[in-house]
Design a binder for this molecule. Structure first.
Ligand code: NAI
Length: 691
């Protein structure tokens, strides 16, 4: 049984009992209506309390049920909610802990709600590309200000119950308590047992100040770049405000069904499960064990080291930060403090928390001070000689069993491990800039990395809130190795006659957060230029990146210099088409006998995204990535790939390998050889997901 039923002092208690999160699968739904019927038929029962347990009222629908017959088997969640709302004895929801999605919709079907102040309340369906499907879009705007309902339904972020309850005029909660929610709800139920008529949310009118729906819609469209669910959710809230409940409920059901069967929701559910799958590593289980990490060392207090340190400080883990000289050390510590201060200024962090975090930070110039660290992450200059010196010193001072990690982006982690006398304790932990903000962490497994070292790096990554993905050793690991091909494809288009603005706008229209040229301007074009100059010197016949080199020679390094691929006005980030770049492009075409031409945006998208897919296929076949969904996770968490498209490999599976191969051959000519795995999947009609 997924519910438990009991009666005391005239009140029936229905307790959801479907651990771990009280998901509203079929068994639970049957349990609720069965218990409710029993309560309504019992002469000694005057009121009903519905509650959860274990920190969950309910986290909502059971998403593993989606697409199976159980999802639509009666009673559906809407039917369960109607049964509660129609009941002729008062039903009180007693909410303690997580109350999300279908869980909140269920609570909105009750006549009254008693809640603990710390409970988390939300309708996160948009995060799966859906809208609430059991009345949430219709009932929530009837009990909180419409603007609040819009925010919660279109954004999906949870709210703290105590805060929601403070909003004047809210009718969501009838009573807020600190603890003992069931006892409070039972007492409340006894008080209201004979009050009639019973209050029903569906009979209320939506409340609050008028909202300019068109303005909000325009904003959501702009931000969503083709992501449908938030706009669909807004339309439904508007219906809740303007139409009868029944009409809104019918519209909600239709929208829910349409989104559920659409590609965006499938992509977002894929992303959800892909992130979970990324945590599992074949051959590694609980039995593998992991090492305890109490104190972390970070070497190098530059761009990356400072951000990396902040991750651990934020999780309450003491950090010893080492530099060679006091000047960069003081500078690095100052940047960390200023970053936290900016959060304090925005009200995102308290001044006390800032001091607490800074108190966990121990800056040092002495390797001896790292002796007690359980994990040390190196983020010094990208130079093998410098890394060699650092790892040599670490090997001398660290206790046996300590983990040695490098944040290198391009160097060979196996070669770094070989510097030490303990290669099994060495691995890569590749963070992304800004490291305190970007969620992605590539955990790079060397050929000798011990299983428990890998497991520890994955779990510490999760502990500091990162999305950790395992990568094998190769140039660029998963993310940057694919990115190089994507950037090559963008340059090829440029040479073939497209403009930066055309390319960026096509790929942004596909849903990417930023196109490759705007991204280059943000990151700084000087980094790539320095790498190219080194390569030109080492291998003189390396093909020149003429246009990019010319811009750098003009001192155009991107936003920070007021111009790169675009022009920028002082202090602004809006990319303006640049006459200087136009001139450079014209000169290039003149010299090479090529010319400007307009490409169909869909061709631009295919060229760039399929370049990712082709390299992803090689990465998968070489075993650098454990599974195709890991590649998707890397692109979603680290590169602004649109979540509603699911990731490059998921997208390729939807398009079909054969279509990808034929497009690649169309772009590159028939002699070009796509990734062997891609060719095989095309021939067999197979997919990356099952490869
Ligand atoms: P950075 O130049 O900003 O910082 C490096 C810091 O290391 C400097 O403060 C320097 O004083 C210090 N340092 C140099 N030699 C040292 C030594 N022997 N002992 C102690 N400290 C020393 O460089 P950044 O950008 O932070 O890069 C660091 C590492 O992170 C590199 O391996 C880089 O490839 C990698 N990385 C960089 C990313 C980025 O976007 N900047 C992204 C991911 C990885």
């Amino acid at each position: 049984m997924a519910t438990r039923y009991s009666v005391a002092d005239g009140v029936a208690l229905i307790r959801l009992d479907n651990p771990p999160v009280n998901g509203l699968g079929h068994d639970t739904r049957v349990g609720i209506v069965t218990d409710l019927r029993r309560a309504l038929a019992a002469p000694d029962v005057a009121a009903v309390v519905l509650t959860g347990g274990g920190g969950f009222f309910s986290a909502g629908a059971d998403i593993t049920e989606f697409g199976t017959p159980a999802a639509t088997a009666e009673p559906t969640l809407s039917e369960v909610i109607s049964a509660l709302e129609d009941a002729d004895k008062p039903v009180v929801a007693a909410i303690d802990g997580t109350c999300f999605g279908g869980g909140l919709e269920l609570a909105l079907g009750a006549h009254y709600r008693v809640v603990t102040a710390h409970s988390k309340i939300g309708l996160p369906e948009v995060k799966l590309g859906l809208v609430p499907g059991a009345g949430g879009t219709q009932r929530l705007p009837r009990v909180v200000e419409v603007a609040t309902a819009i925010d919660m339904i279109t954004g999906g972020a949870p709210r703290v119950a105590g805060r929601l309850a403070e909003v004047a005029g809210q009718r969501l909660f009838d009573k807020v308590v600190e603890h003992e929610v069931v006892a409070a709800a039972v007492e409340f139920a006894q008080e209201v047992a004979s009050v009639r008529p019973l209050p029903r949310v569906r009979d209320l009118a939506a409340a609050g100040a008028a909202v300019d729906f068109d303005a909000v819609r325009a904003q959501l469209r702009k931000r969503g770049r083709g992501f449908l669910a938030p706009v669909a959710a807004l339309d439904l809230v508007e219906t809740a405000v303007t139409a009868e409940f029944a009409e809104g409920k019918a519209a909600e059901s239709a929208t829910f069904a349409e989104l559920l069967s659409g590609s965006q929701s499938a992509a977002m559910r894929h992303a959800f499960f892909a992130e979970r799958a990324a945590r599992k590593i074949p051959g590694i289980s609980r039995e593998t064990g992991s090492r305890s990490v109490e104190t972390v060392g970070v070497i190098g207090a530059g761009t990356m080291g400072g951000g990396i340190a902040m991750n651990f400080l934020g999780a309450g883990i003491p950090v010893r930060l080492l530099e060679m000289k006091s000047e960069p050390l003081e500078h690095g510590v100052g940047v960390i403090r200023r970053n936290y201060q900016a959060q304090v200024d925005k009200g995102k962090l308290t001044a006390a928390a800032l001091e607490e975090r800074m108190g966990l930070l121990a800056p040092t110039l002495e390797y001896q001070d790292l002796a007690g660290c359980d994990l040390v992450i190196e983020a010094v200059f990208e130079d093998m000689d410098v890394k060699r010196a650092v790892f040599g010193r670490l090997d001398e001072v660290l206790a046996p069993g300590a983990i040695l990690a490098s944040n290198t982006s391009t160097l060979d982690v196996d070669a770094i491990a070989a510097i030490t006398s303990r290669p099994a304790d060495v691995l890569g932990m590749h963070f992304f800039s800004p490291a305190n903000v970007m969620p992605l962490l590539e955990v790079v497994r060397g050929k000798e990395t011990a299983d428990d070292v890998l497991a520890t790096a994955m779990s510490i990554g999760q502990r500091v809130g990162k999305t950790a993905v395992v990568s094998g050793v190769c140039d660029g690991f998963i993310g940057n190795r694919m990115l190089a091909k994507y950037q090559d494809a963008a340059m090829t288009m440029l040479h073939a006659g497209a403009t930066p603005a055309q390319i960026d706008s096509a790929i942004e229209g596909f849903g990417f957060a930023m196109g490759p040229f705007r991204m280059g301007d943000l990151a700084g074009l000087d980094i790539g230029w320095a790498i190219r100059k080194r390569r030109y010197a080492e291998t003189p016949d390396t093909p020149r990146d003429e246009i990019a080199d010319a811009l750098c020679e003009l001192g155009r390094f991107g936003q920070k210099t007021g111009g790169g691929w675009y022009d920028y006005e002082a202090g602004r980030r809006d990319a303006i088409v640049s006459p200087v770049v136009e001139e450079q492009l014209a000169a290039f075409h003149l010299e090479h006998g090529t010319q400007r031409q307009d490409f169909d945006p869909s061709e631009i998208v295919e060229r760039l995204v399929f370049a990712l897919v082709d390299e992803g296929a090689r990465i998968l076949e070489e075993g650098i990535a454990l599974r195709s969904s890991d590649i998707d996770v890397v692109y979603l968490a680290g590169y602004g790939f649109p979540r509603h498209v699911g990731g490059p490999m998921f997208y390729a599976d939807r398009v079909g390998a054969a279509a990808v191969v034929s497009a690649l051959q169309r772009f590159h000519g028939p002699s070009w050889v796509p990734a062997p795995l891609l060719v095989r999947l095309a021939a067999e009609g197979g997919s990356f997901a099952s490869a």
